[in-house]
Design a binder for this molecule. Sequence first.
Ligand code: HEM
Length: 225
Amino acid sequence: MKNKVYIYRSFERFWHWMQALLIFFLAMTGFEIHGSISFFGYQNAVKYHNTAAYAFIVLIVFAIFWHFATGEWRQYIPTVKNLKAQLNYYLFGIFSNAPHPTRKTVLSKLNPLQKLVYLALKILVIPTMVISGLLYMFYRYPQNGGIVGMNIDSVKVIALFHTAGAFLLLAFIIVHLYLITTGTTVTSNLKAMVTGYEDLETAEHDNKQTVPETVSEIISEVVDE
Ligand code: HEM
């Protein structure tokens, strides 16, 4: 039976779209600084990139608070259950109209592949971008002011991490845009992130489904096959 379910709350949707906008803008200005594109002009690109970076950090602070205040961080606990099935679906099943291997519910709105990828973004890629970006910001300027003793090689390492992260985010955006279209209908995922509501298949036992809360429940969720 299909029911209209409120799946993405208002802050979550605001955070998602602001994050999308900021990452897109940071990528655009960043790749102009990198020399790959030319749009705003180098000087402006640097200025806009710095401003957007501060806005991004503020958004991240609010998002971290929201995830812990609501307990929604639990959505990202990775699991191997159905991971292979989900991967098989995207690689093969989807092309032969196979059914989705996992079902979205309010308590489990991310499929196992999303849990893994989003967690990696949250704890690896985004922190790498923020830390390397801040180091980049505060490493460069004193040097411009003439502090000769600063180690140039470290800036190269910082730039390498920052640029590698930018390419990973770019790859993520491309795959993400494609996967958005693979919901129940081509636009159902997009609509859900805009309105908060999605028509979902609901079953009696959904009400009894719980999210892992204790450490042992979390561990068994991660390793359960
Ligand atoms: C809080 C997050 C971020 C901070 C603090 C930050 C800061 C910086 C700084 C200071 C620079 C060097 C600017 C200059 O050379 O004058 C830079 C370059 C760059 N940024 Fe960011 N950035 C952040 C996020 C991002 C994101 C999310 C992306 C891409 C999606 C990105 C892509 C780039 C790229 C491609 C460059 C050029 C790197 C190079 O060629 O060395 N940045 N960033």
